[in-house]
Write a protein that binds this ligand. Structure first.
Ligand code: MN
Length: 483
């Protein structure tokens, strides 16, 4: 009876990693003994929480060290167990994961105390060393939100807000959309309960009203794909409550949200994605401006899919999301999908991809190199990485990620020191603009450079958002002064 928690976890682990059952049970018994006597606010034994976190991760097919670390994740914080002890009884990788998770919990962006700020910086930069620390922390936060009802209202709001500010962006940056949606909806439930229930109700009504029509479309598309001999899977999905809330805040009516309801179509290869798109556009009128090719142009968190919004037979807007099965795994789980796709090699592939493909992590490393002052580093990280981004196209049609409020000058320096120093002008969506022009999502930007240009002036410092641009401008001024 007492080991029911362990049994639940092992049942999941057995489905993909049976040979590690014993090692995982060992971590469980160690944690259960050390947490013995501690209770959660709901009256359960404390060990129920680390096990729940481990279960969330086992559903992502996490490796042995990650599951073990999840079981041990609160020991350093809540008992007298040390990092050294964990390293001795388990291994170095598990000890580092537990230590990383304990530290990340202590990050507080609003506390200006010097030691705290220095510590926050160390933690933020250490997460780039092993992304599994973030993933364990996200699972930990998800379970905290799932069991938030047992805390006092003030604490609920605090945790919910911190989740939206810090953990939702992290989930987005690693492309873990399923996790992100769950975190968002749970946080919203505690921050804006009235809006939450109102939208939930409206969504239920819309779903009910459109059920028959969506089912017919699903059958029609299935028929077309079968006729062409394209193997596929198809599903109906609804936007999450927080996503709807954000769309409504932009003055949309619920019926005008173009991706409120979507048909998700998964096929075997890229060629079939485009064939499927053709079949759908041939059958239903598309809303021209809503077509997105994220296969040719992946998002900065590696999300890939074709999106098109079409008119249903009863004149609703229905989005079709078309992608391969492999892309769908990445779309739901982001980097965490690599556990399933790459098995034993997952950890290295994750780190490698993180460094090469995800813009967030290179930005973080740049900020780290740029600032010697801890408080400045923290302020800038918060501003550039955690307050939402603007996505624009460069002249080649590639997507460039910039912080909100970024200008032409910011973009130029993001693309290279020379681009910034030789910047002479720019067009946005074919119109000439000033260098302090503030960029918006989806702007198409062409930067004009000129070898004869005077170059940055002190006024430019007032016209930029990013630390990178500021630093390059100062460097230029300094060099000019020396001449
Ligand atoms: Mn915890």
């Amino acid at each position: 009876m007492k080991e029911k928690f362990l049994e639940n976890l092992l049942a999941e682990v057995r489905t993909y990693n049976a040979e590690e059952e014993e090692a995982i049970a060992k971590a469980y018994y160690f944690a259960a003994e050390k947490h013995a006597g501690q209770k959660r606010k709901d009256g359960e034994d404390y060990i129920s929480h680390p096990v729940a976190v481990a279960v969330i991760l086992s559903e992502m097919r996490a490796d042995r060290d990650t599951i073990s670390a999840a079981l041990l994740h609160d020991l350093i914080e809540d008992t007298d167990v040390t990092k050294a002890e964990i390293e001795k009884d388990f291994n170095k990788s598990i000890a580092n994961l537990v230590d990383g998770v304990s530290k990340i919990s202590r990050v507080n962006f609003n506390n200006k105390n010097e030691a705290n700020v220095a510590n926050s910086r160390k933690i933020i930069t250490s997460i780039t060393e092993d992304v599994r620390i973030i993933i364990i922390k996200l699972a930990d936060r998800l379970h905290n939100l799932q069991t938030l009802e047992h805390l006092e209202p003030i604490k609920q709001k605090e945790i919910a807000l911190e989740s939206l500010e810090m953990y939702v962006p992290l989930a987005f940056y690693i492309g873990a959309y399923r996790l992100k949606s769950e975190l968002e909806d749970l946080a919203m439930l505690y921050l804006k309960p009235e809006d939450f229930f109102k939208i939930e109700k409206e969504l239920a009504i819309t779903k009910k009203n459109s059920k028959q029509c969506l089912t017919e479309m699903l059958e029609e598309i299935s028929f077309l794909l079968e006729k062409e001999g394209i193997p596929f899977e198809i599903k109906i999905r609804a936007k999450n409550i927080y996503g709807i809330y954000k769309s409504l805040a932009e003055n949309n009516k619920i019926t005008d949200i173009h991706d409120l309801l979507a048909l998700k179509i998964m096929v075997e290869d890229v060629k079939s994605c485009y064939l499927t798109l053709g079949l759908i556009h041939n059958q239903y009128y598309p809303l021209n401006e809503r077509f997105k090719d994220y296969i040719a142009l992946p998002k900065t968190n590696m999300y890939q899919s074709l999106h098109t919004t079409v008119f249903s037979p009863d004149e609703r807007l229905v989005q079709a999301q078309i992608r391969t099965l492999a892309m769908d795994k990445i779309a739901s789980f982001g980097l965490t999908a690599y556990w399933d796709i790459n098995k034993g090699e997952a950890k290295n592939v994750m780190q490698d991809d993180l460094a090469k493909k995800f813009q967030f992590f290179s930005s973080l490393n740049e900020l780290n190199m740029m600032f010697s002052d801890d408080q400045e580093f923290i302020n800038q990280t918060k501003k550039e990485l955690l307050t939402g981004n603007t996505y624009v196209y460069n002249a080649a049609g590639e997507i460039v990620e910039l912080p909100k409020g970024a200008t032409i000058i910011d973009m130029a320096y993001k693309l290279g020191t020379d681009v910034g120093n030789l910047l002479a002008g720019a067009t946005v969506n074919e119109d000439y603009v000033g260098l302090d022009h503030c960029l918006k999502n989806k702007d198409r930007v062409k930067l004009l450079t000129d070898e004869e240009v005077v170059g940055p002036t002190p006024e430019w410092l007032e016209k930029v958002q990013t630390a990178q641009a500021k630093q390059k401008i100062k460097e230029f001024m300094k060099k000019k002064g020396q001449r």
